[in-house]
Design a protein around this ligand. Structure first.
Ligand code: WT7
Length: 658
């Protein structure tokens, strides 16, 4: 544990004293509450008997080929099993059973390609495609338990591939299409993948962008585990071809039989591995299994988004390369029989209204996106969404990082017409599904807070010693009881699993996030505890200073780091992007320092504020503070290979020289 994390609880507590309190609250409308899919009674029901509550969800939401008789087994912590003696097929639950129930003609996926091409799949059609892919993969020698690396753009074949793997019991491991050949190689190697499914490439901002060359490079070293590569033709670019190894999707999947019977797999059979970076060391292969993962995914998707599968059009903008694209694109929406949008491109191509054009075209009713996107839309200006009809929207979701109250308010007013409830959902790759979020028909929402643990989830905020903090105080976020979709381990490294998550506090899962409980006992996430700063013995949260900066009308985005400082230990250094509409203000730096002083307290005033054109972000939209810290501390910026756009660091350097 680093020094930063051991002082986090204290720091959060101190920061609280300086906080401007957020007191706005938004109750659901009477109409929304009256028609809500899940009501307040779920909390009490779950609290009365947690495993029984989840057992009920598992039976009601899923179809088991062999019913389970046991719910949770926690006799060997931290290794849990859920529904252990049950058997289930994930793909059957996502597909065949909806067709059997007479819903085969319902649209499962509306696909919008980046160049503007479109496709749609009904449940019947998607079921056929998955059966074909399952047959094709089996014909290539793939068997239950084998690992499959998936390196695809956000196209329907990604979902089809994952479900085909699940159908035959193969374990998928998606590597985000923006990761390098080196990252792909290390993940293929760690998982010992036998098959790689990829595409020639995709499109970015109207231009072809390649994927296959990275696969070729990753497999250029001898001794790798891969026997076959299946290649989807997407952008039509020329590709190198390795005879005997490479197979076109159209030739293999395209010609396969549409007959394929799904058999049940044990509830604890591995479903997927997804690599995620820790603070140090090589990426961890987070392992998820089947029955519990599907149960919590399906329940939370229904409860948090108030899903009405017959009428809703759901759009989660996440890429399948991230856990959100697994749980809330590939699995839960299809398990729940929803109609959803899949979009290949970025929000600004061919124009900054692309998202809103899609919402209008398909009458999207549930939109689930990330704060970084929302802040970008704010920067572009509200006249852009104003050009489109967004009246179909009835629930708005947020995920990935704390959402600043000002971004929350903008999202509610501009996108949600001041009426759609916002559900800020806290969870992690490791948790597999949503853990903390409002229930949209129940909770009085507060801008910037994820608020309440889901029914059946035991979250707490504890101090240094693991003692729960009283309301109004901050500390570490922990999870007290095992939950159905919890990671079952780190692929091939049980010790690392114990050390990373279960050793900081006795008997509790340590999430790595700082949090506070407000006077009502609601949870506010404060960012990773390693992002907490210590300035002259006062501890400050980067997130809170960022929120303060973003609450100023001239600021579009802000990132704050603690830079080493001889006198104060650390000093607050802020990087800000000004809004396009920001008035010319020669004294903008002084203005913003004073604004932060006003919002939080003089101690939080950044020592330095640097106005920059862009911020370095990973492909999942997280700001890479490490690189900003390098600049703030006067060093050459370190490894920026995982940035979404690796020219950003040069742009920042150039702007600071100017
Ligand atoms: C970390 C997990 C959950 C899928 C995408 C990210 C941060 C996530 C929130 C939120 C505040 C959030 C946490 C967490 N985070 N959602 N609603 N409010 N922080 O998954 O890449 O595994 O990252 O993202 O710091 O620990 P991930």
């Amino acid at each position: 544990m680093s020094k930063d994390t051991t002082t986090a609880a204290q720091s959060v507590g101190d920061a609280l004293e300086n906080l401007s309190t957020e007191s706005r609250k938004f109750a659901p409308s009477a109409e929304f509450a009256a028609n809500a899919v899940v009501t307040a009674s779920a909390y009490a029901e779950a609290a009365a008997d947690r495993p029984a509550f989840w057992g009920k969800q598992a039976s009601e939401l899923l179809t088991w080929s062999k019913p389970f008789t046991k719910t949770l087994d926690w006799t060997n912590p931290p290794f849990a099993t859920w529904f252990e003696d049950g058997e289930i097929n994930a793909a059957y639950n996502a597909l065949d059973r909806h067709v059997e129930a007479g819903n085969g003609d319902r649209v499962a996926i509306y696909f919008e390609g980046e160049p503007g091409d479109t496709r749609s799949y009904t449940y019947a059609q998607l079921t056929e495609e998955v059966k074909k892919a399952a047959n094709a993969f089996e014909a290539l020698g793939l068997a239950k338990g084998d690992r499959v690396a998936v390196y695809l753009p956000m196209i329907p074949e990604a979902v089809i591939t994952l479900l085909a793997c699940a159908r035959i019991g193969a374990i998928h491991s998606v590597v985000f299409g923006g990761f390098s050949a080196e990252a792909l190689r290390s993940r293929i190697d760690d998982a010992q993948a036998k098959l790689v499914v990829t595409a020639d490439g995709t499109f970015r901002r109207g231009k072809p962008s390649s994927l296959k060359p990275a696969v070729d490079e990753a497999l250029s070293v001898p001794g790798h585990s891969v026997e076959n590569v299946v290649v989807v033709k997407r952008n039509g670019e020329d590709v190198n071809w390795v005879q005997g190894r490479d197979n076109w999707w159209d030739d293999t999947v395209g010609t396969a039989s549409t007959e394929h019977t799904a058999v049940g797999h044990a509830a604890e059979h591995p479903l997927f591995i997804l690599y995620t970076s820790g603070t140090t060391g090589k990426p961890k292969g987070i392992l998820h299994t089947t029955g519990g993962y599907l149960t919590q995914g399906a329940y939370t998707h229904k409860a948090v988004f108030d899903l009405k599968p017959e009428t809703d059009v759901y759009w989660c903008t996440a890429d399948v390369g991230w856990v959100t694209g697994h749980s809330y694109v590939t699995y839960a929406p299809l398990i729940n029989g929803a109609t959803q949008i899949i979009y290949e491109g970025t929000p600004d191509s061919p124009h900054q209204g692309r998202f809103w054009e899609i919402v209008e075209k398909y009458k999207v009713s549930i939109l689930y996106t990330a704060p970084t996107a929302i802040r970008t839309f704010m920067k572009w200006g509200e006249d852009i969404p104003a050009k489109y009809d967004l009246s179909s929207i009835r629930v708005l979701g947020s995920v990935g990082e704390p959402i600043n109250p000002e971004a929350w308010m903008w999202y509610r007013r501009v996108i949600g017409s001041n009426k759609a409830p916002i559900v800020d959902t806290w969870w992690q790759t490791e948790t597999g599904a949503i853990m903390i979020a409002p229930l949209p028909g129940v909770t009085e929402t507060k801008p910037g807070s994820a608020q309440s643990p889901m029914p059946g989830i035991a979250v707490d905020v504890v101090d240094e010693l693991g003692v729960p903090v009283p309301d109004g105080h901050g500390g570490y976020l922990v999870i007290r009881e095992p939950w159905p979709s919890m990671l079952r381990g780190i692929w091939g490294d049980n010790e690392r699993y114990k050390d990373t998550y279960w050793s900081r506090f006795d008997g509790m899962y340590f999430a790595g996030d700082g949090a506070k409980k407000d006077e009502d006992g609601d949870v506010w996430l404060l960012g990773r505890v390693d992002d907490v700063m210590n300035v002259s013995g006062h501890r400050l949260s980067t997130t809170e200073i960022e929120s303060a900066l973003v609450s100023h009308p001239s600021v579009a985005e802000a990132a704050v780091v603690g830079a080493a400082d001889e006198t104060t230990g650390q000093a607050v250094v802020a990087f800000v992007i000004l809004r396009d509409s920001a008035v010319e203000d020669a004294d903008i730096v002084t203005t913003l320092r004073n604004h932060v002083g006003h919002e939080i307290g003089p101690i939080a005033k950044p020592k330095t504020i640097l106005v920059v054109p862009e911020l370095p972000k990973t492909r999942s939209g997280k700001i890479m503070r490490r690189l900003l810290k390098d600049i703030a501390e006067g060093r050459e910026a370190g490894d920026s290979s995982t940035l979404a756009d690796n020219t950003v660091m040069n742009q920042i350097a150039a702007s600071l020289k100017a």
